[in-house]
Write a protein that binds this ligand. Sequence first.
Ligand SMILES: Cc1cc2nc3c(=O)[nH]c(=O)nc-3n(C[C@H](O)[C@H](O)[C@H](O)COP(=O)(O)O)c2cc1C
Length: 406
Amino acid sequence: MLRWITSGESHGKALVGVIDGLPAGVEIEPETVAHALERRRWGYGRGARMKFEQDALEILGGVRHGRTLGSPVSLVIGNSEWPKWTEVMAVSAVDDEGRRYDEPDRMARGRGQALTRPRPGHADLAGMLKYGFDDIRPVLERASARETATRVALGAFAKELLKQALGVDVVGHVVGCGSVALPEGHYARPEDASRLDAEPMRCIDPETSARMQQEIDEYRAAGDTLGGVVEVLVYGLPPGIGSYVHGDRRLDAALGEAMLGIQAIKGVEIGDGFTTATRPGSRAHDEIEKAGERDGKLVIRRLSARAGGIEGGMSTGEAVRLRAALKPISSVPRALSTVDVATKEPASAIHQRSDVCAIVPTAVVAEYVTALTVARAVLEKFGGDSVEELRRNVQAYVDGLGVVIE
Ligand SMILES: Cc1cc2nc3c(=O)[nH]c(=O)nc-3n(C[C@H](O)[C@H](O)[C@H](O)COP(=O)(O)O)c2cc1C
C-alpha cells in the first residue's frame, strides 16, 4: 500500500515528507525532484514570496545510487528564510540564554506579535477555536499551501514510477482563471509538457493565456484576488484501475478526495462532470465502437470522451480526465472585515504578503497529487516489490485481456 505523510510549518526550518510502499528500482535523481519543485514555483500571478523562497531539497532515505530501495523515502525541503524566523518558530520555549521566546516585550517586536484578526476564507478562526490558540500564527503556519511543496516532491517519485513501470503520463494545465475559460476541446497532451512549463499561465491556448494574464493584472490593480480551474489528464492507464465493488475503492472517489485535499480546492469533476448532468442520456455517455481485430483480439474505441476515462469507479483504458476548482486567494490586499478576538472590536483582516492568483502552481500540485493517487491505485491492483515485477504484472494483465483499447 502506497502511503505518504508530510510535516512542517510554512516558516519553520523545513518541510518533511515520507512516502512508503514505493517499489524498488524507480530511477530518480535529486534533480528530478528539485525540478518538480521548480515547476510549482513558476507562473503568472505569483507574489514576491516565490522569488526568494528557494526550495532546498535533500533526500535522506530510501534512495541509493539513483534508484529507490523499496524502503520508505524521506526528504526535507529547507526554508531559505529560516534565519529570519528562528525566534518566532523556535521549537524550544527558551533560547540559549534561558530567556523565554514568548516574553511579551520580545514578542511585541515584529513578527512575534500575536495575530488576533482571523482572515475570512482561511483556516484562522475555526483553527484557533479548534486547537485552543489565542494567536493565529500556529494555524496559518500549517494551513498554508506551502505544504503542497512536500506533496509535489513526493509526487515526483509517483510520477516516475508510473512512467517507468507503465508508460503512464500525467499532465496538469490551467483551463480557467477568473472569468476566462479555455474553449472546449483543448486537452493538454504529454508532448505539451515542456511548452506548458514555459507558458506563464500553464495554458495550452496562447490567446486564452493572454486574456487570463490581463484578468490577473486587472485584479492586482484593484487590490483583489481570483481563482480558477485546473485540469489533469492521465494517459496510458490500463482499464480496471479502481473498483466498483465498494465506494472507497473507486478511482473517481480517490481522485476527488485527493483534489479536495489540496488547499482552496472547492469543486471537482470527473470528465464533463457538471455539464454531463445537464445532457440527455443519449448524449451523456461514450458509445463503444468496434475498430477492428488485431492478433485475434477485438479492438474497440469510444466515440467521445465525456466520462473522463472512468466508468463504475474504474479506469476504462481511455485518458483519465478531471478538473478542480480553486477559490480566489483568501488574503485579499483590500482587507476583508473581521473581528479582533483580543480586543473584541471590529477590524480589518491581517494581510500576509501573498499571490493574486494561485491557479498556475495549483495545476502542478494537482498533477503530482494525481500521480500519487493513481500510483497507489495501480499498486493496489498489480502489487510488485520492484519496478520490474510491477512491469511484468501489468504486462501479463494487459496481454490476458481479450480486448485492445485504442
Ligand atoms: C498552490 C497554492 C498556493 C496558494 N497560495 C496562497 C497565497 O499566497 N495566499 C493565500 O492567502 N492563499 C493561498 N492559497 C490558498 C490558501 O492556502 C487557502 O485559501 C487556505 O488554506 C484556505 O483554504 P481552505 O478553506 O480550502 O483551507 C494557495 C493555495 C494553493 C493550492
